[in-house]
Design a protein around this ligand. Structure first.
Ligand code: AMP
Ligand code: ZN
Length: 113
């Protein structure tokens, strides 16, 4: 089981930012910006953006609905970034598709995570 599946199963503790039937969002254990939340589907489906297709794309829309909701709740009206690292060369370490929500001064810098 991947680390995010263990978090979803409750085997590894996490600080939840959002949860519904399909989507879980947790505060990143190693934040790269003042606000750093990771959104994931609750089932292990695609590895990263490269695996998204017409048959499985619905969950991506649900994740983005959750991102917009949390961004509004947190008052991120100055802007934020949403990042999917796809593949090891892009910095991906967890093979369970997820989207980083980054906000705050560092989140707006030129650097990638
Ligand atoms: P990526 O590098 O895009 O695969 O992102 C994986 C992210 O998961 C990294 O930013 C890690 O800091 C984060 N992460 C790994 N393990 C945990 C955990 N147990 N709780 C919260 N975040 C985690
Ligand atoms: Zn998983």
């Amino acid at each position: 089981m991947c680390v995010f599946c263990k978090i979803i199963a409750g085997e590894i503790p996490s600080k939840k930012a959002y949860e519904d039937d399909d989507v879980l969002a947790i505060y990143d254990i190693n934040p790269q910006a003042p606000v750093h939340i990771v959104f994931m589907p609750k089932t292990h489906r695609m590895t990263c953006a490269d695996d998204v297709n017409g048959d499985n794309a619905e969950i991506i829309g649900k994740i983005f609905v959750a991102i917009a909701k949390v961004a509004k709740e947190l008052g991120l009206s100055d802007g934020y970034r949403v990042i999917n690292n796809c593949g090891a060369a892009a910095g991906q370490t967890v093979p369970h598709i997820h989207f980083h929500l980054l906000a705050g001064k560092d989140g707006m810098s030129e650097s990638m995570i």
